[in-house]
Design a protein around this ligand. Structure first.
Ligand code: ATP
Ligand code: MG
Length: 389
């Protein structure tokens, strides 16, 4: 008998008229996520999505792992498909749930009868399945309040589905339903977490990285690509722009007051990122900043970096503690890569005494000796693009 994956949509159910767009995007994202898991079909009916393997080579474990990373899913599970016939349901439940039932002490059955033509009502289905399991597995007891496992039987359009428990989905909204934004990605802990956090709310991601060879090495660039490939498991392919930043940093070091160095550098990053993002139809920039974490992330410092862009800048970690950020980075498996000790362009020319209470006017004065437009134009012309998946 056939086994399938059943998927329950997340917040989608709330979206009224947009629901179809959301479900179609979710299915499109599932297709991409499952493309290397073996032959299968995906269909939806009544806010459930069915993934039905169509050949022996379908890799269930890999598919479940992939599904667990697709945003827009509340819960998912493996399920046995059987005929809509009570005897078939009873035989299949006892056989399919064998391993699960042997590993628990208590259970409860929940039946859902979506097909009202089925002759038994939901409570009768539950009672019959419960009785069959009890007579097959003598150690079992029914516990309706706090069971070790909930067995679910759903009688639907074409078939009946039997499953034990379900897994939590990744939540959030399907990637792409909220538009597209560009993450400014360093090799640190915070920016990959910021990327993941916004992808979770339905944003498709482009990425922008500033590299300063020879001060930063090819290994540092590779680290950024590895981090993005881990985020891409959740959000699909990411287009990465690698912006050459050496000349700009050297120029700032040459002509600007040292205490403004980091702030001017960050203002240059934001100006360039905004241009690249706008050209590639992104509606926002994303950074991994967290209030007060370093001198360049105080409120006045954020104020002067924000002042050079018109595009919204999303800072999903602004109110998070480092511990909270690290917890997510472990969960999405970026932590260890982020901790590799390769230099970032921000750490290359760090002022001894960064300006603590900057103002926009003071920053403008400090960067007056730079030919900003020309530097930006050249950096953008020499930017290279790679796709990460
Ligand atoms: P992260 O852990 O993300 O590196 P951080 O705590 O080290 O953050 P900063 O180095 O001040 O903080 O950087 C703040 C934000 O600026 C980063 O989260 C990232 O969005 C962006 N950023 C920093 N360096 C780069 C870079 N080389 N290329 C692109 N964006 C960068
Ligand atoms: Mg950093």
């Amino acid at each position: 008998m056939k086994e399938i994956i059943l998927i329950k949509n997340g917040e989608l159910a709330l979206k009224g008229l947009n629901r179809n767009v959301f479900e179609d995007t979710l299915i499109k994202n599932l297709k991409v996520a499952l493309q290397n898991c073996g032959e299968h079909t995906i269909r939806k009916a009544q806010s459930t999505i069915y993934i039905e393997p169509s050949s022996e080579d379908f890799d269930f474990d890999e598919a479940l792992d992939r599904v667990s990373k697709v945003f827009g899913i509340a819960a998912f599970s493996r399920a046995r498909v059987c005929e809509k016939d009570i005897d078939s349901i009873l035989t299949n439940a006892c056989e399919y749930l064998k391993e699960t039932m042997q590993s628990v002490k208590t259970f409860k059955v929940e039946a859902k009868r979506a097909d009202k033509r089925f002759p038994l009502k939901s409570p009768e289905i539950s009672a019959r399945v419960g009785a069959a399991l009890l007579s097959n597995y003598h150690h079992l007891k029914v516990d309706v309040h706090n069971p070790d496992v909930i067995v679910t039987v759903e009688v639907r359009d074409y078939a009946a589905y039997i499953r034990a428990g379900q897994l939590h989905g990744a939540g959030g909204l399907p990637v792409g339903t909220a538009g597209k934004a560009a993450i400014l990605i360093s090799g640190g802990i915070d920016s990959p977490v910021a990327a993941w956090t916004m992808a979770k709310r339905g944003l498709k991601l482009d990425a922008i990285h500033f590299a300063s060879p020879p001060y930063t090495s090819p290994r540092a660039e590779q680290k950024v690509k590895t981090l993005l490939s881990k985020v891409a498991l959740y959000c699909g392919t990411i287009k990465l722009a690698i912006v050459p930043f050496t000349e700009i940093q050297e120029k700032i070091a040459e002509v600007c007051p040292e205490e403004y160095f980091t702030l001017i550098m960050r203002r240059m990053m934001m100006r360039i990122a905004e241009k690249i993002a706008a050209y590639h139809k992104c509606g926002a920039l994303i950074t991994g900043e967290s209030l007060g974490q370093v001198a360049s992330q105080t409120l006045p410092a954020i104020g002067v970096t924000d002042a050079v862009t018109k595009m919204p800048v999303l800072r999903p970690l602004i109110g998070s503690d480092k511990e909270e950020i690290i917890k997510i980075s472990r969960k999405i498996d970026t932590f260890e890569t982020s901790c590799l000790p390769y230099e970032d362009c921000c750490t290359v020319f760090t002022p001894k005494h960064p300006k603590t209470r900057p103002t926009i006017a003071l920053c403008e004065e400090a960067e007056a000796a730079l030919n900003i437009d020309e530097l930006i134009k050249k950096a953008i012309e020499e930017t290279k693009f790679v796709f990460i998946d």
